[in-house]
Design a binder for this molecule. Structure first.
Ligand code: DMJ
Length: 493
């Protein structure tokens, strides 16, 4: 008997480390694959679109957002190159950006997109490299964007002319108005100019202050009157990252007001937008308002509702909504986070890649495209990190399902294989017109480099590639360092 136990122990001692080593090796192979595919897309961008904003992979040409290019792809891609250890490529690209990018252009640009991609990208690489030229570019850009905040309410106009400061677009949405604080706040911290923090923070607060009596926000709002022009409430595009920045700004800037705004918002979201079974921890006090999905399942979805009455208006969920598990996990609501992630994964698995939007009651797509979006991978990466932390925790206040890091890496591996299978093109990667037919579209947006490849890579790479706990990613996946004093910046306008 003793002999048998001894044999078992020896077998465990020999086999377990082997399994672990095999797993590590296979993850390392996956990380290498991601890096190889990043280079496949990047080299094609260089060949067919260098100096322009985006590669058009089917026509082998380029797309510029405005009359003059702003180097969207190089700026968005640069910190991913650095994280992937593509040192030579990164330094050539950084040099090109530092010597060729200028914002002194007579073009009217979309504040939100320019902030999350360019301001975020420049600041993140500045923090990684200390290259002062990038901080100078970021400050110049920040100065040119500031006029957007000169509205009667403090809510930003959507567009600003980089040369003249002329603004336009007086109807905006919570995502565009409220997804600025990580970038402007970091700029404030690095330049010691509080004005950047204050303007972006005010925009966030002004959206929150206009929530309905039941705590929800709508989709479109007039920045001059402060009146909602569309009262549809949801967590999808046009609202999504407003919620993301409440949580992330609270963590990055130790801003308690942002945290309080998140807490009251999340209560309303879970009460009026969630469709779930009561199995979700704490959900019994906030039962689903709309249709309950599969009484015996543990599915969770978030739909649309009238911001004033809470009445369900649509049961749609999509690729953009798949960011929310990451936010829930970051806000310590891992129960809801893991359940929602399973729903997102179900949406992905239906066609082997996710559609832009489905009706979650019927699982029929209501928008069939896939523009190479990262959100579902982003959430997989957050859950993976949470699971690792969970594994290390010894004290548990009450029994709840332990998250398994392997589960999320396996999930990521499946999605990676699908992603390559359907979106890889002989030139670069291509969006899909339809996830049903898998027909490709002539588009490869810069967030492919900033986010999709980055989150895949970080999910498989060695944890030490980037310490998840020391950064906050902006909504375009540009990491900002957390380690700085508790106040955003010494006041100096
Ligand atoms: C990105 O530009 C950002 O993640 C944004 O918050 C939402 N849309 C795209 C990616 O899908």
């Amino acid at each position: 008997m003793k002999m048998r136990i001894l044999c078992c122990l020896i077998a465990i001692a020999v086999i377990a480390p082997n399994c672990l080593a095999q797993r590590r090796a296979s993850r390392a192979n996956l990380a290498n694959e991601v890096r190889r595919e990043f280079l496949h897309a990047w080299n094609d961008y260089k060949q067919y679109a260098w100096g322009h904003d985006d590669l058009k992979p089917l026509s082998k040409s380029y797309h510029d957002w405005y009359a003059e290019p702003l180097l969207m792809t190089p700026v968005d891609a640069l910190d991913t190159m650095i994280l992937m250890g593509l040192t030579d490529e990164a330094s050539t690209t950084r040099e090109y950006i530092a010597t060729h990018l200028s914002f002194d252009k007579d073009i009217s640009v979309q504040n939100f997109e320019i902030t999350i991609r360019l301001l975020g990208g420049l600041l993140s690489v500045y923090e990684m490299t200390g290259d002062q030229r990038l901080l100078k570019l970021a400050e110049d850009l920040g100065n040119r964007l500031l006029p957007v905040f000169n509205s009667p309410t403090g809510l930003p106009y959507r567009y600003v002319n980089l040369k003249t400061g002329a603004v336009r677009g007086n109807v905006t949405n919570p995502a565009e108005a409220g997804t600025l604080l990580i970038e402007f706040g970091t700029l404030a911290r690095l330049t010691h100019r509080q004005v950047f923090y204050d303007k972006a923070k005010r925009a966030l607060v002004e959206i929150y202050n206009r929530r309905s009596p039941i705590g929800l926000v709508g989709t479109w709002i007039n920045v001059e009157t402060g009146q909602w022009t569309d009262i549809d409430s949801h967590i999808s595009g046009a609202i999504d990252s407003y919620y993301e920045y409440l949580v992330k700004s609270a963590l990055l800037f130790h801003d308690d007001e942002c945290w309080r705004m998140w807490l009251s918002s999340s209560e309303a979201i879970n009460k009026y937008l969630a469709d779930a079974t009561p199995k979700v921890k704490n959900a019994s006090s906030a039962p689903a308002y709309g249709a309950v999905v599969g009484a015996n399942s543990s599915e969770r979805w978030y739909g649309h509702a009238d911001m004033n009455t809470g009445k369900r208006t649509a049961t749609s969920f999509g690729a953009l909504d798949a960011f929310f598990p990451a936010v829930l996990v970051l806000a310590n609501d891992s129960d809801r986070g893991r359940l929602l992630q399973e729903s997102s994964y179900k949406m992905w698995m239906k066609y082997g890649i996710e559609p832009e939007e489905i009706n979650y009651l019927t699982m029929v797509p209501t928008s069939e495209g896939y523009p190479l979006r990262p959100e579902i991978i982003e959430s997989t990466y957050y859950l993976y990190n949470y699971a690792i932390r969970d594994e290390r925790r010894t004290y548990r206040p009450e029994p709840y399902p332990r998250l398994d890091p392997k589960h999320y890496q396996d999930m990521g591996e499946t999605m990676w294989r699908d992603f390559v299978k359907y979106c890889r093109n002989d030139v670069g990667y291509a969006a899909l017109k339809s996830v049903i037919t898998k027909e490709k579209a002539d588009s490869m947006q810069s967030f492919l480099f900033a986010e999709t490849f980055k989150y895949f890579y970080l999910l498989f790479a060695r944890p030490r590639t980037l310490d998840f706990n020391r950064v906050i990613f902006n909504t375009e996946a540009h990491p900002m360092r957390k380690s700085w004093p508790t106040k955003p910046a010494a006041a100096k306008n």
